[in-house]
Structure formats: structure tokens, C-alpha cells
Design a binder for this molecule. Structure first.
Ligand code: NAD
Ligand code: 2HG
Length: 387
């Protein structure tokens, strides 16, 4: 029996994907795998039995990836599973920033339901009027799962779309409408676009990537949308630009004291992925990835270990090793097995940055002494006898 523990509420549609071999653990310490959404795990000490963490979502800045990699804990995310939910929020954000729809609704709610209400509304409506998004220039920073969907949808809404992503994947490029202008210099987006939306992960290299300097190069009256992470934007600098009208509106999915008191902001409570569909998609993907890892040792969509797939084991045993990506590891593994008289039928080794993963299928069952000998090799973080 395997145990899983949810650090946040996870869609039941996803949890139902767990087979009968799984049960929900009452304590995280009892789990083989953890499911998480936005809970901050940086201070969470995981029990040694936890082999996997699955983020039901895209962003993994709430998880200490390196620290867990060094403990041989594989961290997964669910790429693209909530991208449509976020795309729809971005489109809504652009529309809400273009006319004062929220202000108009609030004004109406504040009125007495008197006979002359319609007449009064006709008189007042100019206060809430604005512009259309059709024909405007939209700049998209980050053309991943979300950026591509926003780009393609905006083209259909009549916008002229400019996209910037120096690391765009081949898949994303294939999915991008041909009408999108591919920009190599982000300064062009700042200079030309009426709406700018950011869809990059929060990393050391992207933190505060939109600051005072970048804002100063933007068009007067630009609308900035942030459905990625608040720390991507220097929001103190942004507030000054909101005060002067340099930035007309800041639409953000991340509430914090800085934006809460600033003028001309539209703040939503991290709603980007909060749709039934996105929550189900993320949970189903996360659960399937956990099961394939725990039962077969296969890794798909990991953010701290390489993807590695050896299918189902058809031999007598399978052993998996999470280890440091340094020379001479494989020869030590094969020697250890050879010395114990264990014959290897199939071997796969993959690496990603500082971390590597080796899967070994063997023709006789693996005893605990062999597994222990592998664990004692320097730079080995975890050994699992999967079969
Ligand atoms: N508001 C929400 O609820 C919500 C939901 C999903 C994702 N997100 C956030 O949005 C982010 C993006 O999600 P996604 O699913 O599109 O991820 P993704 O990994 O598919 O795409 C991210 C893209 O950003 C690009 N990128 C990285 N650094 C860049 C840089 N310096 N300049 C330009 N492009 C850069 C990458 O090449 C990649 O194509 C997530 O990391 C997460 O933080 C928020
Ligand atoms: O789980 C959520 O609601 C938010 C998910 C989102 O921030 C993500 O990065 O995928």
C-alpha cells in the first residue's frame, strides 16, 4: 500500500485516479508522496519516506527544489494543465482594464432602485467608458503554455500580438499563430505595446525583471497584467507609475499590502487556476505522475530530476537510484551488482543539471544487502527497490 498526503485541497476527480493500492495518509510523515498547490514548503521538513512531491500546477517557487533533489525527492509539476484557466483570466483582465466595468457595476449597486435609474445610468455612463482591445498592441513576455494560449486568443480578438521568449520550446513555437510577431529584444515590447502581460516562472533571473527602468521605457498609459508571480515586478516602482498615470492599470492575481493600497489596480485573489477544469486537469496529471513514479520508477514532468521512462518492468527486479551527476557513478552501480552476482537486463541513465537518475532492471530479485551497498556509494541520494 502507498500513502499520499495533500498539503492543499486537491480535486477529488484527480484523487479518484489513485488505484486501490493507495490511501490518503492522515499525517505527512506517513506518506510516500505529497500533493501540493500553493502551500509554501520552504520550511517543511519531509519525512525520509517521502519519495515524491507533485505540484498540481505550474509554478514551483513554493518548493525547495535543490534541497529535495539532494534528498532524492523527485518534484513534479503539471505543465499546461491550468493554462486555459489562466488565459481566460488574462482576457478578462484586459477587458476589465479597458472600460471601468467594475466601477460601473459598483456605482449601480450603490444607487436606489428608483424609477429614474435607467435615465441616471445613461447620464453617468461616460464616467466608465473606455476603449476596445481590438486593434491594440499586446506584448507577451514568456511564450510557454499560458503565453501561447493568450497570444493565439488575442489574435482572434483582433489584437496585434508581440511575443518575447528567448527560451521558447519547439512545441510552443509550433503552437503559436503565425500572425504573432516574434520579438528578440524585450525593449521593443516596452516601447510599442498598449498592453503587456508576463508569463514567466519566478526564478533568481526573473525576480523584479520589470522595474523602474523597464517601466520608464513603456508607453504612457500602458496596461500591465501579471498572472505569473508578484515578485516578477518591482511593485514599489510600479505604484509610483500608477500614481502618475504612466501605467494606466495594473491587473494582478497576487494580493499583497503594496498593491492593495495602490490606485488603478485590479487585484484578484490568485484565481488564475481556480476553475473546475484546471483543478481537475492538474490533479489528474499529478496523480498519474506519482503512480508511475512510485510503482515503476518512471519520471515524467519533473522539475528537479531528468525525465526517464523505462516502461513497466518485465524482469525479476527494478532498482532506481537518484544521485549526483558526477563521473564514475554507473561503473560503481554495475560493479556493486556484479559483485553480488546480479545480472543487469536493462539500464537507463539520465541527467539534468547537478542531478541524475539511473534505472536498472535485473534478472534476479534484489535483496536488501545489495540495495544497502548501493545506498552507501558516495553521491547517492536515494535507492528504491521498485520491484
Ligand atoms: N495565476 C495563476 O494561478 C497561475 C497559474 C499557472 C501558472 N502561473 C504562473 O505562470 C508561470 C508560467 O506558466 P506556464 O504554464 O506558461 O509555464 P511554462 O513553463 O509553460 O512557460 C514559461 C515560459 O517562460 C519562458 N521564460 C523563462 N524565462 C524567461 C525570460 N527571462 N524572458 C522571457 N521568457 C522567459 C520559458 O522559456 C517558458 O516558455 C508559472 O511559472 C507560474 O508562476 C500562475
Ligand atoms: O493552485 C493554484 O490555485 C495556483 C496555481 C498557479 O499558481 C500555478 O503556478 O500553477
Amino acid at each position: 500500500m502507498y500513502g499520499y498526503y495533500c498539503l492543499n485541497p486537491i480535486s477529488q476527480v484527480g484523487l479518484k485516479e489513485f488505484s486501490k493500492k493507495y490511501e490518503q495518509a492522515e499525517l505527512a510523515e506517513k506518506a510516500d508522496a505529497i500533493l501540493v498547490r500553493s502551500a509554501d514548503m520552504h520550511q517543511t521538513e519531509l519525512a525520509p519516506g517521502v519519495a515524491a512531491v507533485a505540484r498540481a500546477g505550474a509554478g514551483v517557487n513554493n518548493i525547495p527544489l535543490e534541497q529535495l533533489a539532494k534528498k532524492g525527492v523527485v518534484v513534479f509539476n503539471t505543465p499546461g494543465a491550468n493554462a486555459n484557466g489562466v488565459k481566460e483570466m488574462v482576457l478578462a483582465g484586459m477587458l476589465l482594464a479597458s472600460r471601468d466595468i467594475v466601477g460601473g457595476i459598483e456605482w449601480l449597486k450603490s444607487q436606489e432602485p428608483a424609477e429614474d435609474l435607467a435615465k441616471k445610468a445613461e447620464k453617468e455612463k461616460k464616467k466608465f467608458a473606455g476603449c476596445e482591445i481590438s486593434g491594440k498592441k499586446l506584448g507577451i513576455i514568456g511564450l510557454g503554455a499560458i503565453g501561447v494560449k493568450v497570444a493565439n486568443a488575442a489574435v482572434h480578438l483582433g489584437m496585434e500580438v508581440y511575443g518575447y521568449d528567448p527560451f521558447i520550446s519547439v512545441d510552443a513555437a509550433w503552437n503559436l499563430s503565425r500572425s504573432i510577431h516574434h520579438i528578440n529584444d524585450i525593449a521593443e515590447i516596452y516601447r510599442d505595446c498598449d498592453y503587456i502581460t508576463i508569463h514567466v516562472p519566478l526564478l533568481k533571473t526573473t525576480k523584479k525583471m520589470i522595474g523602474k527602468e523597464e517601466i520608464s521605457h513603456m508607453k504612457d498609459g500602458v496596461v500591465l497584467l501579471n498572472f505569473a508571480r508578484d515578485l516578477l515586478v518591482d511593485e514599489e516602482a510600479l505604484c509610483e507609475a500608477l500614481e502618475t498615470g504612466k501605467v494606466k492599470k495594473y491587473v494582478t492575481d497576487f494580493a499583497n499590502p503594496v498593491v492593495a493600497k495602490a490606485p488603478n489596480t485590479l487585484v484578484t485573489p490568485h484565481l488564475g487556476a481556480s476553475t473546475e477544469e484546471s483543478e481537475d486537469n492538474c490533479a489528474v496529471m499529478a496523480v498519474k505522475q506519482i503512480m508511475d513514479y512510485l510503482e515503476n520508477g518512471n519520471i515524467k514532468n519533473s522539475v528537479n530530476y531528468p525525465d526517464c521512462d523505462a516502461g513497466k518492468c518485465v524482469d525479476a527486479g527494478r532498482i532506481t537510484i537518484n544521485h549526483k551527476n558526477v563521473p564514475n557513478m554507473i561503473s560503481q552501480f554495475t560493479k556493486t551488482l556484479g559483485d553480488a552476482g546480479v545480472n543487469i537486463a536493462n539500464m537507463t541513465n539520465k541527467s539534468k543539471g547537478d542531478y541524475a537518475y539511473t534505472m536498472l532492471d535485473v534478472t534476479s530479485p534484489i535483496d536488501s544487502q545489495v540495495a544497502e551497498a548501493l545506498r552507501n556509494i558516495e553521491h547517492v541520494y536515494r535507492v528504491r527497490v521498485v520491484k
